[in-house]
Design a protein around this ligand. Structure first.
Ligand SMILES: Nc1ncnc2c1ncn2[C@@H]1O[C@H](COP(=O)(O)OP(=O)(O)OP(=O)(O)O)[C@@H](O)[C@H]1O
Ligand SMILES: [Mg+2]
Length: 349
């Protein structure tokens, strides 16, 4: 395997007494689209600032293309960072904003013109080169910021909430463009986002962070379907947490207050407390037949499916995705959870 482009090893950083990074290790490959996901304050921006060189870590090691970054100033790192506020220059036009980094590097005028034109083309800004920043829409400004960040050909681009200021429709369109541009330029991207769907849609791999630590690094599918911890299961996507006790007579099962849920695989011993995390769409629902008896209490129409709240015990309500069949409040239903659906965690929440 070729060595990673970026290696972050056991990075720590505290502000006063507050720990922002508590031993973070990640590796990002050349050309990889990597996403950082986690609740507010978990250390995402701090990690990016350490990688870019705007912040000095207290401990750990950063290596980029095999070079130790300790002591290397930001402008000498083949890294660029795009801030959420974009930080564009209002007194310069679009062309000059994109050219900024190249001029600072002292590149020749011809080379600058060629590179800027190429980027304006790529970001669909070509007709707007002479415009001033305050004459642009939010989405256009976002693209100028992206073009400017890519202009000096960084090996690694850090994007902190790059689409945060855009409305939902524009955000979705821009996600595709971002992915396309990343592929075209073969630049490694590390993107920070609050939006899980965005991380799932864009990233080759996702790191889920919590309180200065990485809980899991995996592909979007694995993060969603095989969360390593209860926190990851709860943070990414919707899920049900079902508490119970392991029973091993006649095959492994989770014994719950509303019946036995057979499990295909279970490493936990008889009598152990456990929690099953199962996504709403992995619970099958029908009007009759075998299964867990429940009653529909509430539903939300979500377009391609309906999210139902189904009471299965006095103290347990499950969220169930119904893709067909019209269910309404008060309907008696039967639920089944396949023995291989969801993930079992030891202990209770
Ligand atoms: N310059 C600073 N001085 C003191 N504390 C800081 C500083 N920068 C960040 N912190 C603290 O470090 C922790 C991590 O902050 P960071 O900005 O990295 O979080 P984040 O994951 O980017 O959050 P958000 O999603 O809200 O942007 C927080 O508790 C924050 O208050
Ligand atoms: Mg942040």
């Amino acid at each position: 395997m070729s060595p990673p482009l970026l290696s972050v090893a056991d990075l720590t950083k505290a502000y006063g007494g507050a720990v922002a990074l508590d031993g973070v290790s990640i590796e990002v490959g050349a050309g990889e689209f990597f996403a950082l996901l986690g609740p507010s304050g978990c250390g995402k921006t701090t990690l990016m600032r350490c990688i870019a060189g705007f912040e000095t870590p207290d401990g750990g090691k950063l290596t980029l293309k095999g070079e130790d970054l300790a002591g290397v100033p930001p402008h000498r790192r083949p890294v660029n960072m795009m801030f959420q506020s974009y930080a564009l220059f209002p007194h310069l036009n679009v062309f000059e904003n994109v050219a900024f980094g190249l001029r600072r590097k002292g590149e020749k005028e011809d080379a600058i013109r060629a590179r800027v034109s190429e980027l304006l083309e790529m970001t669909q800004l070509a007709p707007l080169g002479a415009r001033r920043i305050n004459e642009l829409s939010g989405g256009q400004r976002q693209r100028v910021a992206l073009a400017r960040a890519l202009a000096p050909r960084p090996s690694l681009l850090l994007l902190d909430e790059p689409l945060g200021a855009l409305d939902r429709k524009l955000r979705e369109e821009t996600q595709f463009q971002l992915k396309e541009i990343q592929r075209e330029t073969r630049t490694s991207f590390i993107i920070v986002t609050h939006d899980q769907d965005e991380a799932l849609a864009l990233a080759d791999r996702i790191a889920v962070m919590r309180a200065g630590r990485v809980e899991q690094i995996a592909s979007p599918i694995d993060i969603y379907e095989r969360p390593a911890t209860r926190f990851v299961a709860g943070f990414v996507g919707e899920t049900n947490f079902i508490d119970g006790v392991i029973a091993r007579d006649g095959g492994a099962a989770l014994a719950t207050s509303f019946g036995r849920l057979p499990r295909a695989e279970c490493a936990l011993p008889e009598g152990a407390r456990a929690t099953l995390s199962v996504r709403p769409e992995r619970i099958d629902i029908s009007r009759q037949g075998e299964g867990i008896a429940g009653r529909v209490e509430d539903f939300v129409f979500r377009g391609e499916y309906t999210l139902l709240r189904v009471r299965v015990a006095p103290d347990v309500v499950l969220r169930v995705g119904a893709y067909d069949g019209r269910f309404t409040i008060g309907d008696a239903v039967k639920l089944t959870i396949a023995p291989d659906a969801g993930v079992l965690f030891a202990g209770e929440a």
